[in-house]
Design a protein around this ligand. Structure first.
Ligand code: TYM
Length: 337
């Protein structure tokens, strides 16, 4: 079977260093080995309220950021989810495969719904079924994501297996998560115990892929630390989430192992690490920003990539949808001549 990558990112605001190191940078690296589809998941975005103009803008921005990061949109496919109707269609079918109990265990739903679960949208609850549909609509075999998506991927695997089992046919591959690198879970710069996230109200908590040099340097300077010197070895990171986070980000950006990063700053002050970290963060992000700014000045180019991507994704999805319909027993009546 073709080894095919599918992954997605929500257009709900600025992409940040967590998205970049946990996902997008790996996508760029994997595109030489696999056939890839990268999706701006606007159907997922509306599981919580989105202002229509902001959603449109953010969809273009995320697509531009993917292109600017180095994804080859000619060789691979970049598109927005709503433009391939098979995602919603297969998600409905998976709503009938997945069990309520499976979804009830999803930690992201509990986090996002908060205390008042009754007020959450049904879409937010069924969100992982749509994610499974995204991947399996193309018979995706590998899914590069950050650690926070691991539980959703396990559910996608369960859905693929249950579907194949119930219909006694190997329709779907069981997709493999690819959680790669030393920054699979980038934490907030203001609190090393909570995830770097688009929804954190403090902009100082994250480095956005679009932050300029001064902003990046300022945010790293203000990042939370602890009063001790940096540790001599990995065991010394125990109970020091901020040291672990900053060293992990540095290791990922400088392309060295965590052990090498620890050795480089052993016994030094945080300020030494912060200085080097600013340098590598700026060096990694500046070329992306330049290309991103250029692309956003030419909306037609980004829109053309998305339109072409949706067309090619639709062509890949159609035979899979037909196969699924046949297996389920949906009659596909032939037209009378
Ligand atoms: P989203 O939009 O929240 O994030 C996009 C990607 O970035 C990773 N990520 C992180 N990695 C490390 N540290 C962080 N702090 C961090 N924050 C985000 C995420 O793990 C993800 O890989 N449900 C998904 C989108 C999705 C999807 C899919 C992914 C929809 N359908 C099918 C894979 C396959 C999401 O909300 O990602």
């Amino acid at each position: 079977m073709t080894q095919r990558i599918f992954s997605g990112v929500q257009p709900t605001g600025n992409l940040h260093l967590g998205n970049y190191l946990g996902a997008i940078r790996n996508w760029v690296a994997l595109q030489d080995q696999y056939e890839c589809l990268f999706c701006v998941v606007d159907l997922h975005a509306i599981t919580v309220w989105q202002d229509p103009d902001a959603l449109r803008k953010s969809t273009r921005e995320v697509a531009a950021a993917l292109i600017a990061s180095g994804i080859d949109a000619k060789k691979h496919i970049i598109f927005n989810q709503s433009q391939v109707s098979g995602h919603a269609e297969l998600a409905w079918i998976f709503n009938c495969v997945a069990r309520l109990g499976w979804l009830g265990r999803m930690t992201q739903f509990k986090e996002k719904a908060g205390k008042d679960q009754e007020a959450a949208s049904v879409g937010l609850f069924a969100y992982p079924n749509l994610m499974a549909a995204d991947i399996l609509l193309y018979k995706g075999t590998h899914v590069p994501v950050g650690e926070d998506q691991k539980q959703h991927l396990e559910l996608a695997r369960d859905i693929a297996q249950k579907f194949n089992h119930d219909y006694k046919k190997d329709v779907f591959p069981v997709p493999e998560p690819l959680i790669l690198g030393s920054a699979t879970r980038v934490m907030s710069l203001k609190d090393g115990t909570s995830k770097m996230s688009k929804s954190d109200p403090s902009d100082l908590s994250r480095i956005n892929m679009t932050d300029d040099t001064d902003t990046i340097v300022r945010k790293i300077k203000k990042a939370k630390t602890d009063p001790d010197l940096l540790p001599e070895n990995a065991a010394g990171l125990e109970g020091r989430p901020e040291a672990r986070n900053l060293l992990g980000i540095y290791a990922a950006l400088a392309d060295v192992t965590m052990d090498d990063a620890i050795a480089e700053f052993a016994g030094q002050q945080f300020s030494a690490l912060k200085g080097r970290l600013s340098d590598v963060a700026v060096a990694s992000l500046a070329p992306i920003q330049e290309e991103y700014t250029r692309l956003l000045a030419d909306k037609a180019q980004v829109d053309a990539v998305l339109a072409d991507g949706a067309e090619r994704a639709t062509a890949l999805a159609e035979p899979v949808l037909r196969e699924v319909q046949d297996v389920i027993g949906f009659l596909r009546p032939k037209k009378a001549r």
